[in-house]
Design a protein around this ligand. Structure first.
Ligand code: FAD
Length: 562
């Protein structure tokens, strides 16, 4: 089934997430520009990228004789993507970017990812690398690398993970040694490096975490380095190969068209980025950008899976309709199937709202709004964690709508399910997001970031009336539950009791903040009112009951013998 860009839903979700607050900082992002960008990106996603998704799944990226080759059509599509200017939307004009809001870029990237998650990953990593170099690189590094990365001629990677160092990056052992000429040499092995090598760009800029000699143990000993695949000559053009290579690619459950590489650094020439010993903090610039993008991948797959299940529900006839008496009736006319579809649509809209609200906050923060910076930080683990859980849930429910045909590969429902299963794992597992939420974000600025979010949501809940009155009641109850559960966790910060409740709290927050965003969409467009009503009845009504899961404590875990 082809992909239909949800242009109307995206425009509405942007508005409900507060896009108009960006008008002062981004005067060029007016309604006409936003509509044109969404439309152009939607056409590229649907016409160029989406047709590659299924063949890319079947053929995958390949590795032979030390060379990684992108799946059929992907290299060409990535070059077209760069030529179309899609890589440079939100990058700074100083580096050749278009200086448009991140929020618009996130909306656009939902469509590229819905067309193919494996495709979207390549520019996601490049953009994260751009942000890290822009924030921490020297003037020379920015001048040499950023214009070609912003244009999309060169791609970027993020090299953190090692066999013994996954969630716990303090354990990484890749070494960086001074080369005696002001540069560094990197030695070690990285695993699971997304688009670590390929034939779709003239150069690849690797950002690598490594330890310098005599560095202290733990995260304080980690520094950030830049190592290009091909060293630059005096004119800044790609020259001889650096001493690094792909040692293989992984065979995975899904996203087969994304080459996930083992990278061997064999004395690779590298430059320090930022301050020695601050590598992990610098890398967080990249990881936070990527976390929001991965949350958006969750929304993307939910939308794609929904469209496919909706189409199938109109084609497949089975059983008697409870409404019309028709037999056999299309699945669409069976109340339980329609509820399933509608709940997917509602949660997708809610998660889309969470991601776009995070992006709007990031844009305001980029222009010096301190409160918005706190909001961005608070929402990022919720956007990543909850939206990816919604993506996996939605892909599973959409597969269920297909019955047995969902489990066989021909319909494509199975591919969405396989592809999206990585989303709760990479860019910090959702367990790690939950710990970040309760450990750092809940108490950010003495808890004022959390209190501000609670206050804004409460204001919306109180203003919901007419057809949305009951939505307001349910949202208000959920907000109070979130506030109370948050206070319980904050009092127990760092204890096993708090850590045991972290994942339940992330879910509770996602459902509540998502409900807030969906309610705002319904305030602006009556088309969303039935979705908000269903969400209030099926999701928000359950939030107060989740408080017990947050506050249960670690007692049962400690008593469990395995
Ligand atoms: C397809 C793919 C692409 C990837 N792309 C990249 C990339 O481009 N660059 C890169 O550097 N890495 C990449 N990764 C690696 C990815 O980020 C890691 O797999 C992920 O961070 C988890 O690390 P791990 O696999 O070692 O799991 P582990 O850290 O061993 O975790 C196993 C389980 O334990 C839980 N856990 C671990 N520590 C804690 C804790 N303190 N508290 C609670 N629970 C915990 C986790 O949540 C998880 O459920 C990729 C991985 C895959 C599969």
């Amino acid at each position: 089934m082809t992909y239909q860009p949800p242009l109307r839903d995206l425009a509405l979700a942007l508005k409900a997430a507060g896009f108009e607050r960006l008008s002062a900082a981004y005067p060029e992002a007016d309604a006409a520009t936003v509509a044109a960008v969404l439309e152009g990106a939607g056409a590229f996603a649907a016409e160029v990228v989406a047709p590659l998704n299924r063949p890319g799944d079947l053929a995958g990226a390949t590795y032979a004789n030390g060379v990684v080759t992108a799946a059929p059509g992907y290299a060409d599509a990535l070059r077209q993507f760069a030529q179309g200017g899609w890589n440079s939307l939100s990058a700074e004009p100083d580096h050749g970017g278009q200086g448009l809001p991140k929020a618009l870029e996130i909306a656009v990237f939902e469509m590229f990812n819905a067309a193919s998650l494996a495709f979207g990953l390549c520019p996601i990593l490049t953009q994260g690398a751009i942000e890290a170099i822009a924030a921490h690189g020297t003037a020379r590094q920015k001048a040499l690398y950023l214009p070609r990365m912003v244009s999309g001629e060169w791609t970027g990677t993020m090299n953190l993970t090692e066999p013994q160092a996954g969630s716990d990056l303090a354990a990484l052992t890749t070494r960086a040694e001074p080369d005696g000429e002001g540069g560094w040499r990197l030695t070690g092995q990285k695993i699971f490096i997304t688009w670590g090598d390929h034939d779709a760009a003239d150069n690849i800029v690797h950002l690598v975490l490594a330890r310098t000699p005599n560095a202290p143990a733990g995260v304080k000993g980690i520094s950030l380095f830049l190592a290009p695949k091909r060293l630059l000559d005096d004119n800044g053009e790609p020259g001889p190969a650096n001493d690094l290579r792909p040692a293989g690619i992984e065979h995975k459950l899904g996203i087969h068209a994304s080459p996930t590489c083992v990278m061997a650094f064999e004395g690779a020439r590298a430059e320090l980025v930022g301050v020695e010993g601050q590598g992990l903090a610098h890398m967080f610039t990249m990881m936070n950008a990527a976390r929001l993008q991965v949350g958006t991948q969750g929304v993307a797959i939910a939308e794609r899976a929904y469209q496919q299940a909706l189409a199938f529900s109109h084609e497949r006839k089975q059983s008697r309709s409870a409404w019309t008496g028709e037999s056999p009736a299309p699945l669409w006319d069976l109340p339980d199937v329609r509820r399933t579809l509608m709940l997917i649509k509602a949660k997708t809209a809610a998660a889309r709202g969470v991601c776009l609200a995070t992006a709007v906050a990031a844009d305001l923060a980029r222009h010096g709004d301190v409160e918005a910076k706190l909001r961005e930080e608070l929402l990022t683990p919720i956007a990543k964690g909850w939206s990816t859980d919604v993506g996996v849930w939605a892909a599973s429910e959409a597969l269920q709508v297909h019955g047995g045909m969902g489990f066989v590969e021909e319909t494509g429902a199975a591919q969405h399910y396989r592809d999206c299963r990585i989303l709760p794992i990479y860019e910090g597992t959702n367990g790690i997001q939950a710990i970040d939420l309760i450990g750092r974000k809940l108490t950010l600025a003495d808890g004022s970031a959390f209190a501000g979010l609670i206050g804004d949501m409460r204001q919306t809940a109180a203003a919901l009336d007419g057809d949305l009155h009951l939505v307001g009641v349910r949202l208000g109850e959920a907000v109070t539950t979130m506030e109370t559960a948050g206070a319980w966790l904050a009092e127990r910060r760092g204890t096993p009791d708090a850590l045991a409740g972290a994942t339940a709290f992330l879910r509770l927050c996602g459902e509540t903040v998502g409900g807030w965003m969906l309610a705002r969409q319904a305030q602006l467009d009556a088309r969303m009112t039935p979705l908000a009503a269903l969400y209030a009845g099926q999701v928000l009504s359950g939030v107060p009951g989740q408080a017990a899961a947050v506050t249960q404590g670690a007692g049962p875990l400690e008593a469990f013998e395995g």
